[in-house]
Design a protein around this ligand. Structure first.
Ligand SMILES: [Zn+2]
Length: 410
């Protein structure tokens, strides 16, 4: 005879001493209720010492949300037995289908985590008809647990950058392992105390301050100060993309001043931001016509191209003399924005030169940041920054989650 109880016992992986007592299938409420208890005379291990005991009493019935059974919501009900351990007193026993204090089964957890890899909490909440804060607790649990198991003792090169967390002037700071391209830590703010907090978290994950060899960041005094205090052995490299952004801004400044006198420069902003080899066909034609004119913008642009060559140099002495020549060219250019750019290079000499030795940059942070901004936009805001930070860890930290594999049912 076909037997529902046997079927569900198998599907749920229920094993002795647990058993399914009855199954209630309510077609109108679209609900499936599974009642579980234990066999008579069953013994359960103490969850502290593993010694086995008979049942002391049972708690009042609890309910766990399980995976839907087709379009029906499914719930497991059980009065959890308690045992009295000689050493540890009266304790509830562990149930195999759920984490302690969770209102969901492990398979439901696994399903939610599977969805969370590509959906926002609100989208999941709609799909499974649950409150978003309950789902957020599942995600927080697994992300926190996975992060707690992370080992940072091999990390040597770190990239630091800030990104916006909300509309207006709210920032979070990201700490990225540049080798593995993964986010190690995220915290609110962009001042030097963000690095104090990272350092503490890093030590909690088996990191030693002296293992960090290189830190890559922009020219922010806060990051530099925090890095020097917390990681005195690390060399600081200024991110070449931030440096080039400054130079690009200077070129654009020259163009904007010159544009008023020269109509040919209208709508050419993006040409000067690119390298000649990256121009579109149309832009190339325009650029060719401009390059025959005696333009200030073109001189500024050539300065930019020359600075780009700097990053390709491998030898420190050659690089230093190249940068020195570039600096002199810049301050003698008779272009005010380029003179300022040259002074900027001069002020930040050491961190720029450090690139020749370390060859690290924060390029990977650009990709990570675009994932983060997409997450933020899709979520249309988070209930709090912790949830936002959890979403970043979920997608950008390459965490390993300890989940039952049983989404594909046995
Ligand atoms: Zn015990």
């Amino acid at each position: 005879m076909y037997n529902n109880i046997d079927l569900f016992t198998q599907a749920l992986g229920i094993e002795n001493p647990w058993k399914i007592d009855k199954i209630n299938f309510d077609k109108d409420a679209k609900q499936l209720d599974i009642y579980i208890s234990h066999v008579k005379g069953a013994k359960f291990p103490c969850k502290v010492c593993d010694d086995k005991y008979g049942i002391y009493d049972t708690t009042k019935e609890r309910t766990w949300r399980h995976l839907n059974f087709f379009q029906h919501k499914a719930f497991i009900h059980c009065s959890i037995p308690r045992i009295e351990c000689e050493e540890h007193g009266v304790l509830q026993v562990k149930v195999p289908w759920s984490r302690p204090r969770s209102g969901f089964t492990l398979l439901f957890d696994a399903f939610v985590m599977e969805l969370a890899a590509c959906m926002t909490v609100n989208e999941i909440a709609q799909l499974v008809d649950e409150h978003d804060t309950r789902l957020q607790r599942i995600i927080n649990h697994y992300v926190d647990k996975a992060r707690a198991q992370e080992d940072y003792s091999d990390v040597e090169n770190i990239g630091i950058d800030e990104t916006s967390s909300k509309k207006g002037h709210n920032y979070i700071t990201l700490f990225v392992d540049l080798e593995e391209s993964k986010v190690l830590y995220v915290t609110e703010g962009k001042d030097s105390t963000t690095i104090d907090r990272f350092c503490l978290d890093y030590i909690l994950h088996k990191g030693k301050a002296e293992s960090i060899k290189n830190i890559c960041c922009d020219m922010s005094p806060a990051f530099i100060k925090g890095s020097k205090v917390n990681f005195p052995h690390a060399a600081i490299t200024y991110d070449k993309f931030h440096v080039m952004k400054k130079i690009n801004e200077a070129v654009d400044q020259v163009r904007r001043e010159e544009r008023y006198k020269n109509d040919f420069l209208k709508k050419t902003r993006y040409i000067w931001l690119k390298n000649p080899e990256n121009l579109t066909k149309k832009q190339k034609e325009k650029f060719a016509s401009l390059s025959n004119m005696n333009l200030k913008t073109l001189r500024a642009y050539n300065l930019k191209l020359a600075l780009q060559e700097f990053w390709e140099i491998d030898d420190v002495t050659t690089a230093a003399s190249y940068l020195q020549k570039w600096y002199l060219w810049g301050i003698r250019s008779r272009l005010e924005p380029m003179k300022e750019a040259a002074e900027f290079i001069n002020r930040n000499w050491q961190g720029i030169m450090q690139y020749i030795t370390s060859k690290i940059n924060n390029g990977v942070l650009e990709g990570i940041n675009s994932v983060i901004q997409t997450v933020k936009r899709k979520a249309r805001g988070f209930r709090n920054t912790k949830n936002f930070i959890t979403a970043i860890y979920l997608r950008c930290s390459k965490l390993e989650f300890d989940l039952p594999e049983a989404l594909a049912h046995k």
